[in-house]
Design a protein around this ligand. Sequence first.
Ligand SMILES: [Zn+2]
Length: 253
Amino acid sequence: MNVPMQSDLEKKINILNNMIKESNKIVFFGGAGVSTASGIPDFRSKDGLYNQHNVQFEKYQPEYLLDRHCLYCNPKVFYEFYRQKMDTRDIKPNITHYKLAEMEKFGKLKAIVTQNIDGLHQKAGSKNVIEIHGTTQKCYCTKCKKEFPYDYIFNSTDAIPKCECGGMIRPDVTLYSEPLPVKASNDAYNAIATADMLIVAGTSLAVYPAAGMIDYFTGKYLVLINKGNVDKAIYTDLFIDGDMTEVFKLITV
Ligand SMILES: [Zn+2]
């Protein structure tokens, strides 16, 4: 009888599925690579947001356009860039988001810690999503703190969206030069510290303090799923160097 040969990827997915079967407090720690299959470019790769040629913004350092200083000192430029590049209203979750939502529903997954600001995990049905870099799905007045509908900034025709109190309305996104939101950070550290399995995926682990959070993991299995190596030296029980959607398609809950 012929037994079909298993590819290297299939072997690794089998190991991953066994780890998931054994675990009940899984935490997923994800970055830009989770959303690229939905059509959202990441920041740093060859085709990423910062390497797209755009004459209009050429004179600015890419990081400056998403920096607190740009928002407060040069708001017209900030909102022009933000409206062009951060509008995810029509973007849909992909298989990775849906599979994670399913894992939560079946009681396997306790939390998603995400560096993404696109709200796609919630769109896919996930409940416990810890957004350590905030979200484009909320905005508020910088003066009176009133909350506005998530799409207010994109719908507004004013160059700088303003509240009736006169304050500027800003997205609830953690910009460069801003600290991480306290509650989300604490929730992320707690979730990671009490997990029995940590899946780190789609992140180059280049951005701190987020990348440092995974050092708090003391559970049994640390799995890394990423295209290529990551910047941070970490010990992994399993490293799958591959396309995230290919991997998540084969995960059985
Ligand atoms: Zn206000």
